[in-house]
Design a binder for this molecule. Structure first.
Ligand code: XBP
Ligand code: MG
Length: 236
């Protein structure tokens, strides 16, 4: 029996990457005077590496080995990530990262059905708080019984760790839960933890390998008004 729905955040609950995370990274890079700048297509490729710190480390090692070899590289990454997180939170608080269509309704339906909502994300906890407060109000975080984020676990998606952490916190088995994800690495993480997964794809994730998912949808929004009206009228 289904008891809980566990949501990914970035790309699933909200459109956060191109309007939130990417400009926040670029702001941090510019302020540090590194001369780094990620274009949208390059960033979408870099999303294959989950986690902002991990993504910057991968980028430096492959594109700027001189920087990666610096004695203070670890401190540089920590500093860049702190600044990036500050910029992201400010953007989220200003409303730059809207919920995807249908999410508000789905959260209400989950609560009405007596089910539990939870979060399993690789992004930083402060980012989740900023997003939920801006989009769902002061009580936004309380709509999720458990929030597993960022460095709660050592290994980020596609490792199963954050889902296993959330299951342990919920005290539920994987069969009692459903994961909602938007990306191939998210599907891989949920499947590796034994959860059934539904994909809510979008323009940036369509075409990724979602094998193992129960269903691949192009969003969780309401049907178009005309379609809904036809369904109600019972006409084809
Ligand atoms: C998406 C991610 C994150 C963000 C960056 O996570 O890969 O790394 O892009 O966040 P998910 P941080 O879809 O699992 O929510 O910089 O805070 O790591
Ligand atoms: Mg995602």
């Amino acid at each position: 029996d289904l008891r809980a729905v566990i949501f990914d955040v970035d790309g699933t609950l909200a459109d956060t990457e191109l309007n939130g995370h990417l400009p926040a990274f670029n702001q941090a890079f510019a302020e540090a005077g590194l001369g780094w700048h990620w274009s949208a297509p390059e960033y979408l490729r870099l999303l294959a590496i989950a986690g902002g710190k991990e993504r910057m480390i991968h980028y430096a090692r492959t594109q700027h080995p001189d920087v990666a070899a610096r004695a203070d590289f670890a401190e540089l990454i920590t500093h860049l990530h702190q600044e990036k997180t500050r910029h992201y939170a400010a953007r989220a608080a200003a409303g730059a990262t809207p919920l995807r269509p249908g999410i508000r309704r789905l959260l209400d339906e989950i609560a009405d059905a007596g089910l539990t909502a939870a979060i399993a994300t690789t992004t930083t906890l402060a980012n989740v708080h900023a997003l939920l407060r801006a989009q769902l109000g002061a009580g936004g975080e309380k709509r999720f019984a458990v929030i597993g984020a960022g460095d709660s676990v050592a290994r980020k998606k596609p490792a199963p760790d954050i889902y296993q952490w959330a299951l342990a916190e919920l005290g539920l088995s994987s069969e009692a839960c459903l994961a909602i994800e938007d990306s191939a690495i998210g599907v891989a993480a949920a499947r590796a933890a034994g959860l059934p997964v539904v994909v809510t794809a979008h323009a940036e994730s369509i075409g990724e390998d979602f094998s193992g998912a129960r269903a691949v949808l192009d969003g969780l929004g309401d049907p178009a008004p005309a379609e809904g009206a036809r369904a109600l009228a019972g006409t084809p």
